[in-house]
Each structure stands twice: as structure tokens, then as C-alpha cells.
Design a protein around this ligand. Structure first.
Ligand code: NAD
Length: 491
């Protein structure tokens, strides 16, 4: 699908060229340029927010059913354009096509949960009172800024955008500067769905454009998905701004492997948790905590063997790979440096992560046993590398799971429901999995972290809650005087 325009910014229903810094994105398979443009200038950002404000003043007054109609048309177009969208995601992120298709599917999968959840926030809660009624209504915030990450360049922005639009907000979307074409293709679907002018705006660029956007006084909500350092900085910067701030950040999520009917079932859950998307998911398991018994040793042996045979390659390779390259060579260097640092500290490499081809970001999975290290707490390193800690008791396992600053996802493999229940009640995480990959989350459940992973504003089914603000009211048809006036008050 070639574009019928040569603009890169979408403001007030029109494509225009950016006037800021030039930047490009490249195809992960052959390094050819797939997007070449300029970022938004400060005045583009100001204009986008102003146009969004105009658009929102009309959009909010459409009925919810009319707004749902636009979302349904968008989903039909996404389905029609599925292959082009998937190929775009693959080219910019390196994700294999089979996986990019699941990302496109997730755009459509967000529709029904969003409509279902919006119902509870588009009607008025009314409770009869002696003097009339106590009501709560929900109103849109206004213009919301959506800041996206590189790893799900369509799906992650969409988890904010769909509920925000349904609730009557207008959007100014600043995608990752590592995946500008994915964002453009995504916004083209909204344009083709006939969204009124100003309701959806796309401003491309890096941190400076993001800063100009979130600092704009007419932006009422900031919905950020990205790394901890940027999210924490935004949290500090916006704490007294009066804006609604939803922060979705990273994690060093634990997967406890306690027992299973067969080791291979546990290996399946672990491989999907650690290595899908080459370990570049926010909820990827980065710490395996394994029971130190015969089952645990059999599991480790099979896990290492399976990981070493995972097919790693370009999205254009046939047969298709399980894992694609990382987003950049810089990301590969970070993984390899961390592996070296752990090894120098005394950890035992069970499977060495290796750069597979010079000049690419193709890297093989790594597994490293850190049981002997005194300090097993680490920061998020986005890539196909996982640590292993062997434990003897349940309380050791649970304490190890909690040995992190983050609180996004946590999981356990066990056939004992009571062990799972005890784990779920003790672990500080926003998403808890039982015998399921940490990386497979449903749009029908809340999804969001605590501690360094988020600020108690989960997306998933609950996104709608940060897309509106509640207005409580005491209502009475006419002013009346109570039979008894307060002491000292005569009328
Ligand atoms: P990043 O923090 O580098 O960038 C995210 C976005 O923030 C980009 O659009 C970037 O341009 C923008 N940005 C950077 N500096 C900014 C500033 N000063 N002001 C405003 N915007 C700014 O993250 P990334 O590398 O693109 O994405 C990977 C990270 O995202 C990982 O940490 C991953 O765990 C996390 N993530 C979290 C979730 C979740 O739902 N919790 C989902 C996907 C990814």
C-alpha cells in the first residue's frame, strides 16, 4: 500500500510535512530506508493540540453509538489492510510476520472490550436521596497525548486511543521515532474510517517533540507507554500539572517454575514468556525462579536445549523464524554487555547469547544462572536473555520473585492451586499468570503495573477509567428548606 500523500504529520484531517529534525527508519531485513521525513516543530505541536481541541468540542457531543460506528469502520479497514500493516510492523521492528499479524489482530481485538467497558462510563450512576438524587456522570478529559513505544508500534498506542476516542476525547499521538511508518499506516486507517477533522492527530519525532506535547497546557491527559527512566521523569514533571497521567513502563518479571505434569509443558510456558518478540515485551519473563529438585533440573536441561534450537532470523526468511532481530545494534550491545557483567560477577552461563551476523541485530537467546550471586536485583534489559535462580523452598521462591523494583507481571507454573493462590496473594504485580505465558494477556482483563512499572492506571479492560473524569452531583428539582434548620440559623 503506497501512501496517497507525502506528508508525515496528520493534523486536522490533513497530511503535512514536518519542519523539524530529519530522521529515518530502516527495514530490519535489508537496511533499506522505509520512512524518511522530518519531526514536528514546536509550532506543529501547538497547532495539532489546538486543532484537536476544536475537533474534540464536536466529537464529545456525538452519541456513543455514533462514535462506536467510527471504531467499527476502523477495525474493518485494519482487517482489510492486515498484510500491509503486519509487513510494516515487521519491517520497522524486526518482528516475524506471524507475530506482527497477531499485533494487527490485537487492534481489532481491543474493540469489543472497549465498547463493553465504556458502557459503564457513559451512563449516569443515580442513587435516590431524600432531597433528590446523588449522581455521578463521566466526562471526557479533552485532548489527550498518547506517547508510544517501539515494540508494539500500533497495538500499544491503540490500547489508549480506542477507549479515549470512545469516551469523547481527541488524540494527539506521538509514536516512537523508531517506528514512524507503523504509526503513519495506523493513522491512515483512522483517516479512511472518516474520523472528523482534528479528532486524531499524528506528530512525529523524538523526545523533544514528546516534551513539547506533554507540556502543552491544552493537553488534559498524558498516556505514556515506554521505559522506566522516561516514565518516571514524566511522572515527576507532571505530578502537579493537573493532567491525568497514565504510565505504562517496563519490568523484570519473574516466572516461578515449581512443578508441572510434564517438564515440556513448563518449557513451553517459559519459552513463550522469555523469548517471544526476542524478549522485547514489557511483560517478558526476565527472571526464572526454579525449584531445586529433579523436576527443576529436568526443566532447565530441556529449556536450555529448546532455547538453543529456536529459529532466529529476518521476517522475510522462509521458513519463518520464531524470533527476529532486536530493534537496533545498540540494544544488542546492551544485552551482551549485561551478560558479560553477570559472568564477571560469577554467574554461570547456561546458554550464551551471541550476535549471529555482523551488521545486524540478530541475537540468539541467552540463559544465565545467577543463584550464586549475592546481588540478584537488576534493571530491565530488553532482549532474549533470562536469569535463573534455583530455590529450595516456597518462601524462598516468593521472596526471590519480589526481589525487584518493578511490578508489572509475575507468573507461576504449578499444578497446585493453593501454591498459585499463595503466590498471587504475595507477589506485587499488576498481572499474575498461572500456568500461562506472561506475554499472553487478554484485552478483557486489566493490564498495568505498580512500583517502577506504572502508576495504578492500568490499560487493558480498565483503560476507560483514565480516559474520563467523574463528576458527582447533588441534585434536587427545586431549592427546598429542610423541616429543621441548623442551630443558629433562622429564616
Ligand atoms: P522509550 O521510553 O525510550 O520511549 C517511549 C516513547 O517516549 C517514545 O515515543 C519516545 O520518543 C518518548 N520520549 C522519550 N523521551 C521523552 C520525553 N522526555 N518526553 C516525552 N516523550 C519522550 O521506550 P521504548 O524503548 O520505545 O519502549 C520500550 C519500553 O517500553 C520498555 O521499557 C518496555 O518494557 C516498555 N513497554 C511497556 C509496556 C506496558 O504496557 N507497560 C508496553 C510496551 C513497552
Amino acid at each position: 500500500m503506497s501512501s496517497a500523500h507525502d506528508g508525515q504529520l496528520f493534523i486536522n484531517g490533513e497530511w503535512r510535512r514536518g519542519g523539524g529534525t530529519a530522521f529515518q527508519s530502516h527495514d530490519s531485513a535489508d537496511n533499506r530506508v522505509v520512512w524518511d521525513g522530518r519531526s514536528a516543530t514546536t509550532s506543529d505541536v501547538i497547532d495539532a493540540v489546538a486543532r484537536a481541541r476544536d475537533g474534540q468540542s464536536r466529537w464529545r457531543h456525538l452519541g456513543i453509538d455514533e462514535r462506536i460506528g467510527f471504531l467499527r469502520r476502523f477495525c474493518d479497514l485494519v482487517t482489510e489492510r492486515k498484510e500491509v500493516l503486519a509487513e510494516t510492523i515487521s519491517s520497522e521492528t524486526g518482528k516475524p510476520l506471524w507475530e506482527a499479524r497477531t499485533e494487527v489482530g490485537a487492534l481489532v481485538g481491543k474493540l469489543e472490550p472497549s465498547i463493553h467497558a465504556a458502557a459503564a462510563r457513559s451512563s449516569t450512576l443515580t442513587f435516590g436521596q431524600p432531597s433528590g438524587a446523588a449522581t455521578t456522570t463521566f466526562v471526557p478529559l479533552g485532548v489527550v497525548a498518547v506517547i508510544g513505544p517501539f515494540n508494539f508500534p500500533m497495538h500499544m498506542p491503540n490500547v489508549h486511543i480506542m477507549p479515549a476516542l470512545l469516551a469523547g476525547n481527541a488524540v494527539a499521538f506521538k509514536p516512537s521515532d523508531q517506528a514512524p511508518l507503523s504509526a503513519q499506516r495506523y493513522v491512515e486507517c483512522w483517516q479512511a474510517a472518516g474520523l472528523p477533522n482534528g479528532v486524531m492527530n499524528l506528530i512525529q519525532g523524538g523526545a523533544d517533540v514528546g516534551e513539547a506535547l506533554v507540556g502543552n497546557p491544552d493537553v488534559a491527559g498524558v498516556f505514556f507507554t515506554g521505559s522506566r527512566p522516561v516514565g518516571e521523569m514524566l511522572g515527576r514533571q507532571l505530578v502537579n500539572s493537573g493532567k491525568m497521567v497514565a504510565l505504562e513502563m517496563g519490568g523484570t518479571s519473574p516466572l516461578v517454575v515449581w512443578d508441572a505434569n510434564q517438564a515440556r509443558n513448563a518449557v513451553y510456558v517459559a519459552v513463550q514468556s522469555c523469548f517471544v518478540t526476542s524478549g522485547q515485551r514489557c511483560s517478558s519473563a526476565r527472571r526464572l525462579i526454579v525449584r531445586n529438585n529433579d523436576f527443576g533440573h529436568a526443566f532447565i536441561e530441556m529449556f536450555v536445549k529448546t532455547a538453543s534450537s529456536l529459529r532466529v532470523g529476518r521476517y522475510s526468511d522462509r521458513p519463518e523464524p520464531f524470533m527476529g532481530p532486536l530493534v537496533s545494534s545498540k540494544a544488542v550491545a546492551k544485552v551482551l554487555e549485561w551478560q558479560n557483567a553477570l559472568e564477571r560477577a560469577g554467574a554461570k552461563v547456561l546458554l550464551r547469547a551471541r550476535l549471529l551476523e555482523d551488521g545486524t541485530a540478530l541475537i540468539s537467546p541467552g540463559i544465565i544462572d545467577i543463584t550464586s550471586l549475592a546481588n540478584r536485583r537488576h534493571d530491565e534489559v530488553l532482549g532474549p536473555i533470562v536469569t535463573v535462580t534455583m530455590v529450595n523452598t516456597e518462601s524462598q521462591a516468593f521472596a526471590e520473585a519480589e526481589n525487584t523494583d518493578y511490578g508489572l507481571a509475575a507468573g507461576i507454573v504449578t499444578t497446585d492451586r493453593d501454591v498459585f493462590r499463595r503466590f498471587a496473594s504475595k507477589v506485587s504485580a499488576g498481572v499474575v499468570s498461572w500456568n500461562s505465558p506472561l506475554t499472553g494477556n487478554s484485552a478483557w482483563a486489566a493490564f498495568g503495573g505498580i512500583k517502577a512499572s506504572g502508576n495504578y492506571r492500568p490499560t487493558g479492560y480498565l483503560s476507560v477509567d483514565y480516559c474520563v473524569r467523574a463528576v458527582g452531583a447533588a441534585e434536587s428539582r427545586e431549592p427546598t428548606i429542610p423541616t429543621t434548620l441548623p442551630p443558629g440559623f433562622e429564616l
